[in-house]
Each structure stands twice: as structure tokens, then as C-alpha cells.
Design a protein around this ligand. Sequence first.
Ligand code: HEM
Length: 527
Amino acid sequence: MAIQIYQAVLATLAVFILHRLYRYSKLSSRAAGFPPGPGTVPFLGNLHQLPISRPELKFATFARQFGSITGIKAGCQNMIILNTWQAVRDLLEQKGSIYSSRPTIPVCEIVVPGGLNPALNPYGDLWRGQRKKLVDFLGGERTDKMKPVQDAESTQMIFDMLKSPVNFEHHVDRSFGAVILATVFGQRGKTFEHGGKIESFFKVEEQWSAAVGPTSSPPINSFPFLNSVPDWLTPWKGWKLRALGIKGEQERLYIGLLNETRERLSHGKGANCFLSQCLVTQEKEWYDDTYLAYLGGVLLEGGAETSSSATMVFIMAMAAFPEVLERAQEEVDRVCGVSRLPGQEDTANLPYIRACMLEVLRWRPVTPLAIPHHTTAQDTYQTYNVPAGTDVVINCWMINHDETFYDSPATFNPSRYILNDFGASAPVDLETNKGRRLNYTFGAGRRVCPGQRFAENSMMMLFAKLVWAFDIEATGKLPLDLQEGWTEGVVIRPKNLPVKFKLRGGDRKKVVHDAWLEADAFLQQFE
Ligand code: HEM
């Protein structure tokens, strides 16, 4: 009798496991009507074909094979990759009500639970409220009010470079972090010293980026059964504890910054910054401290690393293409002369520097796949079925390298933006290109980056000052081709650039020093 019960239990278990396996194998294959893509294998779908490093390059080869939209099965998870600007417009822009959510990522649920991070929140009322606040702060010409801070911080960055050029990456990171710290929290980020606000932010940001990487936690969206496997049995052992550690550090940092903003406000300081204004209406609007602290935190996260990564690409390009650097220097010298640093009032007169910035964003987009969107309802596109719950990736890399639109897209050639606003090889017919963006590196649709103008203002000032002050030379092999020497993640940048900076002739040292004294006096209001 006991043996019969034992056999029955075993048989039931076997049927259960076989049923699960059958179900997973069905779920990981491409359903009829799903957009075309590479062949799948049971359980994995296409996961075995998705590289952890530089997925954008693999997605570009899929695009050449499958056309404007590629369908991918990441285990059970449906994913579509939009390879043309028209597909992005047709879906993300024109059907924003169903293409504007974000995938639910288990590690994010631990680090930023309850919708704390607007950039990662699902589409809905909570996100709408947060987004409105961010756009009220960053939108349109309101952003331009922050130019004096961007001007002063970029001057400090050039001054820091004069003192210790080898630490140029820290100076760039500090400068963009400090701009957000001043405009959002009303505080100064004067140095990159250990334990200071800027260093603490970049440290926790690095851990956070690593935690959302594809190998740091179990791929539960692709294989939901992993949710029921005990942590200690998996290769990701301890991932939840590590995520909780990051949550603790991030919370301490952001709440600490908010408390300091409140304290300063009570002494009449920093009243113009974003969070001070939020604090004034806090009670009336029912926002708790954590909500406000993370609203400021997401601006640090969204604004600092992205802009400084793009600056690393700019520095690499200037070192790699001396003829471009020379032309940029010629322009900035002609407009500003040698006896003053370029500043906020000059950027409108520097079309070639602007062309360099647009080309940096096109040529080596620092967000090559933007941030994934997620569908909240079933849709039909062309003849394809896009199920509800599909992850949607903008293939910025591919769109930025479209051979039918750009002349030699692999070449770094800022002049393309002088010849044509879109950088296109032929005049762009605005009727057939209605709704086309200048570039897709800032994403698209209702989740498009709200900080684009803010970022462009910051970068223009910093780029103009850099080429005005320095010659930039390569001292080793530059990682131009993306295969090696780049960081991994949603935001990428070339690592440890082998470059050196040489102060240009004339009295530039004194000009920089004097400009810094003025900038420092201005920035003291944030101390
Ligand atoms: C070179 C600089 C930057 C790049 C390349 C960049 C890129 C992006 C991209 C690709 C997205 C996702 C868009 C989408 O889902 O379609 C995004 C979102 C976002 N960015 Fe930026 N960004 C930059 C600078 C900034 C700055 C300076 C700020 C703020 C001061 C900022 C704040 C944000 C926020 C809050 C979001 C989330 C929007 C949402 O989900 O509703 N970004 N950014």
C-alpha cells in the first residue's frame, strides 16, 4: 500500500513537471502573428542569441535581416525591437496610451519599491503626477533659467582640469552632478572628495547600474519559475540582500540631501531650487519626504551619468579626429577671442560645436537602446500581433546609423548637421518625415527624456570651454569601435580614455583662473 501511494505521488509529480516543461516550451516559442525574428529553441526562446555585452550590435544584425520590427522571445517574455524611426513614431508616439509603461524588474521592486522612481514606474496616475512635476521644472524655456549654474560649473570643471588634468573623468562627473545638486537640491558639489555628496552619489549609482545588469539577479521575467527556487540554490545567491543594501544607501543619500535642502530653506537659502519649491507646497499637495527625495534623486540619476558619458565620447572624438577639433577651436576662437572663456551667451553662435554635440549623440549614443517601454494592451501593427505585456526596445543605435538616411553613418562627421538640420544625406521632406526627431538617443513617446534641453545646454557650454582651453591628444589606442573598452549597461561610455590635455597658447591660464574666481563667488550661494 505504502509503495502504491509513493508511486502515485511520483507519477503526479512527473506529470506536473512535464506539464510545466511543456508550458514553458510553448511560451518560449514565437506565437503566430508575432513580429519576425530569429528561430527559437525550447525554454530559452532567443535568450541564447542575446549577448550580455553590446546587445545593440546584435540587434542591428537582426534589423538587417527582419526589417522595421524584430520579435524576440526572452524565455517566456515577449519583446519587440523597433528598428526604424517610423515604427517608433507609429507605436510609441501615436499609440502612447498603450506603449508607455515600463517592464517590472524584480530588483527594482526591491531597490525602489512602491513607485519611488518615476523613470521606472509603470504608466499610471502615480507616474503622471511625478512626470508633471519634472516637466514643470525642466520643460521648455524654464530650463534656460538654470544656464548661469551650468555656466559656472563648467568653468569650475575647466579650472579643475588645469590643476589635475589626469583626473579629467572625475572633473566631468563632478561638474554634471554639481549642476543637478545646485538646481535641484540648492546645494554645492564643490569636490569629488571621498565621502562627499558627489562621490557618494556616483558610488551608489555604480552599484545600482550593476544590480540592474542582466546577470546580477535571476531572470524571473523570462523564467517565472525561478521565483519559487530558493535563493541559496541559484547562482545569484544573495541578490535580494545586495539589492536591499543599495536601497539603504540610496535612501540615506536622497533623504539626507532633502533634509539639508529643508534646513537651508529654513535659513533663507536655496529658495529657487526645484525641491525647495516642492517643500513649500508639500503639505498642501500631500507629498511625503520619501516621494520628494526620490524625485530629486531621479534627476541626479537621469542627468549626471548620461551627460558626462556623452562628454567622454566628445573627448574621445576630439582626440581621434584632430581636424574636427581644429575646426571647433577655430569657431570658438573667432566668436570669443582669446581673452575670455565662452559662456552661456555664446552657445547660439557656435553652430559647429552644436553639430559636434549632435554627432556625438548620433554616432555613439550613450543610451543605445534607450530605456525599455512596455505595452499595457494588445495591439496590431502592420500585419503583426503585439500582445499586452510586451517589452518594447527603441533601437537608437540602428536608427542613428540608418544608411538610407545618413551618408556614411559609421563616420564621425559633424558637418552633416551643418549641411542639414537632421544630419541627413539629402534635403529632408518635412511632410514625409513628419514627427521625425533630430535623434532618438533621448528616447521617444510619452516617456521621452524630459531633460534633453537641460542636457544640451550643459553640454554646449562644457564642450565650448573644453576646446577653447585645451588641445586634446590621444596617448594610446582609443576604443572607437565599441567592441572593447566601454562600460556595460543602460548608459555606456568609453572607459579610461588614453588622452592628454594641453593648455592652448596665449594667456588662457589667467583667463581660466579669473573666470573661476567669478564662478566660485557665484556658486558660494549653494554652500
Ligand atoms: C546626454 C544626456 C541624456 C541622455 C542621452 C538621456 C537619455 C534618456 C533616455 C533614453 C530616456 C528614456 C526615454 C524613453 O523611455 O523613451 C531618459 C529618461 C529620463 N531622463 Fe534623460 N537623458 C539625458 C539627460 C537627462 C537629464 C539632464 C535629466 C534631468 C535633469 C534627465 C532626466 C530623465 C528622466 C527623469 C527620465 C525618465 C522619464 C520617464 O520615464 O518618464 N535626463 N533619458
